[in-house]
Design a protein around this ligand. Structure first.
Ligand SMILES: NC(=O)c1ccc[n+]([C@@H]2O[C@H](COP(=O)([O-])OP(=O)(O)OC[C@H]3O[C@@H](n4cnc5c(N)ncnc54)[C@H](O)[C@@H]3O)[C@@H](O)[C@H]2O)c1
Length: 273
């Protein structure tokens, strides 16, 4: 497919996991990409990788917690690429914590990266996105639209805020700019973010992985970053030109089971008796 020929996308968190998969998928479809990340080394590796594939690419080493840089960032992207057709607000951190475990400082960081940064990047990008009638895709989380293990209380709440902001951005687009805004809400993806809490045997949280696996009807409950990227890129493409203000869950069906302990609470569901 080549849905993004002569188009330009900005992807945050592009040096790893979902963001890397999104920018590679966009590049495969002919898009020029501006990669944003604070991980200098991985960002440089990804820049070199895409360059070697003859992709028109730029790399911007930025800490998204500092919104004062956004205007200059967008100006640099426009200087380099001439236009902006798609904004992927994808970077995020996992600020874990149940209600009783929260501390004010790490909560502020969580809000700064996962909520404030997408809102202010949208603000900075909107004048240019409105020129191209472009699209915004926010990476929310299934933990922001359904309940997940309590460890994700703060994270899920903030991701819920991002999902809701997406609807306001879509309404703004509808009324003023023609820009579409949608969000994806993935379940558990194996990336740098989840390696410790779900997959590290020494940390001993394999129970967490088991509970997600048990409750997901499709694909074993662990989602491929490439599947998430395919959906995100679809939402930014003209194939989704009639879709705006939507939060698309990508969780292998886990969310259709309201209680993840369901399988263990009932030894046999009534239809098997
Ligand atoms: N992995 C999952 O299971 C999962 C599930 C649902 C949603 N998500 C969301 O998907 C998005 C991508 O996460 P991932 O799983 O690919 O994680 P990841 O850790 O592999 O990638 C996140 C990237 O964002 C960058 N980043 C983080 N904070 C930054 C900052 N302040 N400034 C600039 N760059 C920053 C990191 O350097 C990293 O390259 C996040 O928003 C995450 O919350 C992840």
């Amino acid at each position: 497919m080549s849905r993004f020929v002569n188009k330009v996308a900005l992807v945050t968190g592009a040096a790893s996991g979902v963001g890397r998969a999104i920018s590679r998928k966009l590049a495969q479809e002919g898009c020029a990409v501006a990669l944003i990340d604070r991980n200098t080394e991985s960002l440089a590796d990804e820049f070199e990788f895409l360059k070697s594939k003859n992709v028109k690419v730029s790399a911007h080493d930025i800490d998204l917690a500092d919104v004062s840089q956004f205007k200059e960032l967008i100006e640099n992207v426009i200087k380099e690429h001439g236009q902006l057709d798609a904004l992927f607000n994808n970077a995020g951190i996992l600020g874990a914590g149940k209600i009783g475990e929260l501390d004010s400082e790490s909560f502020d960081e969580l809000v700064a990266v996962n909520l404030k940064s997408p809102i202010f990047l949208t603000q900075a990008a909107m004048p240019f996105l409105s020129k191209t009638k472009g699209a915004i895709v926010n990476t929310s989380s299934a933990s922001g639209t359904t309940t997940f293990p309590l460890l994700l209380t703060a994270y899920g709440t903030v991701k819920g805020g991002l999902a809701h902001f997406t609807k306001y951005a879509a309404a703004h687009g509808f009324k003023h700019s023609g820009v579409r805004a949608n969000a994806i809400a993935p379940g558990v993806i194996r990336t740098g973010m989840t390696e410790d809490i779900y997959f590290d045997e020494e940390v001993g949280n394999l129970e967490m992985q088991k509970c997600v696996r048990n409750a997901a009807p499709v694909g074993g409950g662990i989602i491929d970053a490439e599947d998430v990227a395919a959906t995100a890129v679809f939402l930014a493409s003209d194939d989704a030109k009639s879709i705006t203000g939507q939060i698309l869950t990508i969780d292998g069906g886990r969310g259709v089971i309201p209680d993840e302990a369901f399988m263990t609470k009932l030894s046999k569901p009534y239809w098997m008796k």
